[in-house]
Ligand binder design. Structure first.
Ligand SMILES: NC(=O)c1ccc[n+]([C@@H]2O[C@H](COP(=O)([O-])OP(=O)(O)OC[C@H]3O[C@@H](n4cnc5c(N)ncnc54)[C@H](OP(=O)(O)O)[C@@H]3O)[C@@H](O)[C@H]2O)c1
Length: 413
């Protein structure tokens, strides 16, 4: 398992001034401040649509808590949001981010279960990448005493999604086999750890080759994403596998269905294949849609196969599933306290470094979770590049980039 937090962040000559970028923040009296810093997405598109701006300080409404944010999770979904690669995108400008953690700073009327000073993690329907957030208590969970803020920011979304897919949609049991794509990513590593809590589960992980050494102990078998994984899995399990977790979509849907054993479950929970260049590609979108196997229920009946879909954010924010999620979170926090699971953290980034962080996930460079650490200072280069004092104004369009350009990173975490 990767080491947590700051220890993992490799310092380079570019990271020289730990106080750079802090001057812009009103830190004299945080509780009386009228403004806060937040990452703002000015419009859908490339990295140039992201900036750090000052926003009005939010105040909690009935049933809400106000949280002084310490750290936020950066997910692949945030990259898709930036590109506008999602259904029914909200209007821009918006503050991205779906999860954060921090300390309760105030509690509105009719709000029960939380007190000022509680260490909490929370889901938000956008707006998480800010110094302060307000959110209904239905989406807030107390952190265990020994959980760090870095771990908390890396916990909620990936572990809840992995848990609900494995145990509530697919009913993972002893002796089963699971195939997971993007096995080195945040959800992939959560899936691998949760599978290890059940005896004798075989995990087939698929990931970019350079991650194999780091993650091979977390799965039973690991394959390069460019190999014919169907053939490789069938050499080991000729009958196929019990569960396929597919976050890629497109051609993988048909391949995955062909890998299922009778009574096996296929779960679609993402569409990473739609992301190719820096901005939304209608070609990739259409290709992915076109390649999806058209499902015939009669074939499912004949072959004894189960097809499912899972979207945690829709469950939480559109389908009233917060009690289901709370119950999954309680079980996960118990597993954490028993030291059976622990989030894998890839790297920590200042808010002003959000472009570089997002590029790292786009470049397939991450192993585990990327964290936006609200108290981390940006490098001077990043601060000059991304920090703005006003929300207005757009920059020039950047050309569509290619996906394999790790050299563009000004530094590697
Ligand atoms: N439905 C839900 O509730 C839910 C919740 C959380 C996440 N998700 C989905 O789960 C997937 C993983 O999310 P995550 O946040 O944990 O991300 P992640 O796996 O930590 O990071 C992204 C990884 O995805 C792989 N990848 C696959 N296609 C890619 C592409 N076109 N461009 C760049 N990388 C690509 C890369 O790993 P390799 O190169 O090693 O393959 C990359 O390192 C995403 O599809 C996300 O939308 C769904």
């Amino acid at each position: 398992m990767a080491k947590e937090g700051v220890d993992m962040t490799e310092e380079t000559e570019y990271m020289i001034d730990r106080n750079a970028g802090k001057e812009a923040v009103n830190v004299e009296s945080p509780s009386n401040a009228k403004e806060m810093r937040a990452v703002v997405l000015a419009g859908f598109g490339g990295l140039n649509k992201l900036r750090v701006s000052k926003k009005a300080m939010p105040e909690p409404q009935d049933g809400e808590v106000k949280i002084r944010v310490k750290a936020c999770g950066l997910n692949f979904l945030d990259l898709m949001v930036r590109q506008g690669n999602i259904d029914n995108p909200p209007k821009t400008p918006l503050v991205p981010g779906f999860e954060c953690c921090g300390i309760v700073e105030s509690v509105a009327e009719n709000t029960q279960g939380f007190e000022i000073g509680d260490r909490v993690m929370a889901f938000l329907n956008y707006n998480a990448w800010a110094e302060v957030v307000c959110t209904p208590v239905d989406f807030v969970y107390k952190m265990p005493d020994d959980m760090t803020f870095t771990e908390a920011a890396a916990f909620s979304l990936n572990f809840v999604a992995a848990y609900m897919m494995l145990f509530e949609v697919a009913s993972l049991r002893e002796g089963m086999s699971v195939l997971v794509h993007s096995a080195g990513g945040a959800v992939g590593q959560a899936v691998a750890q949760l599978c290890s809590t059940v005896p004798n589960v075989t995990v087939f992980g698929i990931a970019s080759c350079f991650k194999h050494t780091s993650i091979k102990d977390s799965v039973t078998h690991i394959f390069d994403r460019n190999t014919d994984y169907i053939q490789e899995v069938k050499k080991i399990c000729p009958d196929g596998v019990d569960i396929v977790l597919d976050c890629l979509c497109g051609e993988n849907t048909g391949k995955s269905l062909s890998l299922l054993k009778p009574l096996g479950t296929y779960i679609l929970y993402g569409a990473s294949n739609m992301v190719t260049g820096e901005t939304k590609s209608f070609f990739s979108f259409a290709k992915s849609w076109w390649q999806v196997e058209k499902v015939n229920p009669i074939k499912l009946y004949e072959e004894n196969k189960v097809i499912a879909g899972f979207s945690l954010l829709n469950l939480l924010f559109k389908q009233g599933g917060c009690n289901l999620v709370k119950s999954a979170m309680d079980k996960l926090l118990s597993l954490y306290e028993q030291k059976k699971i622990r989030p894998v953290v890839d790297s920590l980034w200042a808010l002003e470094e959000v472009k570089e962080a997002m590029q790292r996930i786009h470049d397939r460079g991450n192993i585990g979770k990327l964290i936006l650490d609200v108290e981390k200072s940006p490098t001077p280069l990043m601060a000059n590049d991304s920090t703005e004092t006003s929300e207005a104004g757009e920059e020039e369009e950047e050309p569509e980039g290619d996906n394999d350009s790790k050299e563009r990173m000004p530094f590697i975490h």
